[in-house]
Structures are given as structure tokens and as C-alpha cells.
Ligand binder design. Structure first.
Ligand code: IPM
Ligand code: MN
Length: 372
């Protein structure tokens, strides 16, 4: 297959982790006879510096034409003056919205080798397998904002259609898993949450009778996520709750640096001429980590696993995606840890961890070949 992939390294550790992920995708393409072309474009702080805007038109246009987009991270102290007119994060939000990427998938599967790095008791973590589906283009992130000398406001708004489509996506994904969806809201206080709960209940009842839906308030969900994470399968929630809960959930895995994400709209897999109607965006859930940027020590696994999600969701290459995931698991089993995971052990740098994953592709892909 030939696929055109736009790479948006962004700021901080973004360039380091996307370089690592691209090297793994190259290796997989070579093994499986695919041709992936990678083209870099600016987003975030670096785009503000070079083009005066965090999302240049040229970047958005390139993403629209691509089969898939791989992103590193945006933001950093250089651009975080609270009164700045433009911020790197606006570029990412405009990209998500501009591409219609309303469903953000954030899988959390703690790996046995990294349980020790998690601040939670290991016996609670074994067997945890969560998929958080975060609404990504609505809610308080995108509502009208006001600011006067002595007050400020952010409007939180959701439409029925916005809730329906993301709940449908979550229920559809649950059918491939354990058919259990937990919808998270704050329906005891917020009107948007009461609408969310009504719509989620109706969609599940009418369209997914085979899927069990339960509702949870976000505050108790924050607690249950730590006390009984195995109780959950798919979690669907609005934009800001999903942002917060997935940072929390990353602690189940041991490090923020391990978690990938896929942001999807509607549309079928692309590649060759079959461009998707909306292109998928793949990024690790971590930020730009300015404190360690430029030192080559960032954990590339979240970005590498985002590359696997790209193959699965945008290119329909399930075997190749599973091959990367098995290679990552094997590399972690073999102790390929960056500093965030290493503890007392010697830490490897970003490049070495990517190389350890590539070295495992041979065995990992072999399993996939046998299944063909
Ligand atoms: C994330 C990030 C972004 C978000 C920021 C950088 C705008 O925290 O992807 O989780 O809040 O969505
Ligand atoms: Mn976040």
C-alpha cells in the first residue's frame, strides 16, 4: 500500500518522539512491502514563531490531503504568557475541529513490565483494559469565552447530534470488546450533562441493545478509576472530563509517556486512492515536556503506539498495527525503559527504545505473517 502521512512534530519533545515513531513505521513498511511517505509541517509554538499562527493554512491543507496525520506535542513556556494573543494549543484545537475529529480514543492497558512504575498497587492493575472515548470538538473547550477586568466565562454547550455521534462510536467500539460502556457526566449539577445522559441512554437503548450502558458522575469516576480500574471497559465522556480522566488513567499504565491516542471523524480507512472523508490524527496523550526537551530521553512509546493506531484506524492495516503493539510489549518485557520507567535500572534514551522496538519486529511480525 502507498500512504501519505503528514507529520506534525510540534514543540518540546514532540520532534524527538515523532522521529522515533516514524522510524518504527518505516521499519514496518519495509517488512510488509508498503510505501509510506512522511511530510513534515509546522503546528503549535514553532508555527507561531515561523508563520505567526499556531495552525498555518498550509498545515491544515496538507492534513486534509493526507491519509493520516501523526502529531508530537504542542506548547511550552516560551508561548505560555497568560495574556498572549495566540497560543500553541489553539493550533491543536483548530486542527481537531477543522478535521472534524470528534472521537478521541485513548486506550489504557497497563503492561506487566511497567506495573512497578505505577503509583497504584499492582494487584489492582493486572488485567486492566480500558478504552476512553473522549468527545473532542465540543463542550467548554469550544464555547464562547468572555473576559473583563473582574470576571471571565467559558460557555459549555453540547448539541444532541454531537452527543449521539460520539456515544454511537463508543458503543460500536464496545461491540469489539466486552460490550460495556460507562458514560461519565456531572448530571447532578450541569444541564449539558443531563442532556448527555438522556441522549446516551436513548442511543444505547434504541441502537445497541446488546451493549450495557451505565452512568457515573465524574467525581466518583475519578475515584473508581484508581480503586477498581478493572471494572471498566469503554468509558465515554465529554471533552474536558475526558482530558482530565485520561491523565489520571495514564498513571494506571505507569507513565504518561506510554499512552497513544487516535482522533477520528467519520470515514473509512484511506491509503492508496481510498482517502478517508475525514483524516485521522494520532498523537501521544502526553504534552511537550519542556523540562526534558532536546535531551533525547523522552519516552517514545506513546508516539510509537499512536503509529500503530494510525495503521489500524486510518490505513486498515490491522496485522501491521498488532505487530507494532507486540514489538512494544516485547521491548518492555526486555527492559527497554526510558528514565520515566527505569526506576533503579539504567535508563535508555529515546532512540535506543525505538531501536529496541524495531529489533522486536522480526519476531512480532512473524506471528502476524503466520496468521495470514
Ligand atoms: C491533550 C492536551 C490538549 C487538550 C491541550 C494541549 C490543548 O492536554 O491532548 O490532552 O487539552 O486536549
Ligand atoms: Mn490533556
Amino acid at each position: 500500500m502507498h500512504a501519505e502521512i503528514v507529520v506534525l512534530p510540534g514543540d518540546g519533545i514532540g520532534p524527538e518522539v515523532t522521529t522515533a515513531a516514524v522510524s518504527v513505521l518505516h521499519a514496518v513498511a519495509a517488512r510488509h512491502g508498503h510505501r509510506f511517505t512522511f511530510t513534515g509541517h509546522d503546528i503549535g509554538g514553532i508555527a507561531i514563531d515561523r508563520h505567526g499562527t499556531p495552525l498555518p493554512d498550509e498545515t491544515l491543507d496538507a492534513c486534509r490531503r493526507a491519509d493520516a496525520v501523526l502529531l508530537g506535542a504542542v506548547g511550552g513556556p516560551k508561548w505560555s504568557d497568560p495574556n498572549a494573543a495566540v497560543r500553541p494549543e489553539q493550533g491543536l484545537l483548530a486542527l481537531r475541529r477543522g478535521l472534524g475529529l470528534y472521537a478521541n480514543l485513548r486506550p489504557v492497558q497497563p503492561h506487566p513490565a511497567t506495573l512497578g512504575a505505577a503509583p497504584i498497587k499492582p494487584h489492582l492493575l493486572a488485567g486492566v483494559d480500558l478504552l476512553v472515548v473522549r468527545e473532542l470538538t465540543g463542550g467548554i473547550y469550544f464555547g464562547d469565552k468572555t473576559r473583563t477586568a473582574d470576571a471571565a466565562s467559558d460557555l459549555c454547550r453540547y448539541t444532541v447530534a454531537e452527543i449521539e455521534r460520539v456515544v454511537r462510536r463508543a458503543c460500536t467500539l464496545a461491540r469489539e470488546r466486552r460490550r460495556h460502556v460507562t458514560s461519565v457526566d456531572k448530571a447532578n449539577v450541569l444541564e449539558t450533562s443531563r442532556l448527555w445522559r438522556d441522549v446516551a441512554s436513548r442511543v444505547a437503548r434504541e441502537e445497541f441493545p446488546d451493549v450495557t450502558l451505565e452512568h457515573q458522575l465524574v467525581d466518583s469516576m475519578a475515584m473508581h478509576l484508581l480503586s477498581k480500574p478493572r471494572a471498566y471497559d469503554v468509558i465515554v465522556t465529554e471533552n474536558m472530563f475526558g482530558d482530565i480522566l485520561t491523565d489520571e488513567a495514564s498513571m494506571l499504565a505507569g507513565s504518561m509517556g506510554l499512552l497513544p491516542s487516535a482522533s477520528l471523524g467519520d470515514g473509512a480507512p484511506g491509503g492508496d486512492t481510498g482517502r478517508t472523508t475525514t483524516v485521522g490524527l494520532y498523537e501521544p496523550i502526553h504534552g511537550s515536556a519542556p523540562d526534558i526537551a532536546g535531551r533525547g530521553i523522552a519516552n517514545p512509546i506513546g508516539a510509537i503506539l499512536s503509529g500503530a493506531l494510525l495503521l489500524r484506524h486510518s490505513l486498515g492495516l490491522e496485522d501491521e498495527a498488532a505487530c507494532i503493539e507486540r514489538a512494544v510489549a516485547a521491548a518492555l518485557d526486555a527492559g527497554a525503559f526510558t528514565a520515566d520507567l527505569a526506576g533503579e535500572q539504567a535508563a535508555r534514551d529515546t532512540r535506543a527504545v525505538a531501536d529496541a522496538v524495531i529489533a522486536q519486529l522480526e519476531d512480532a511480525c512473524h506471528v502476524a505473517d503466520l496468521r495470514d
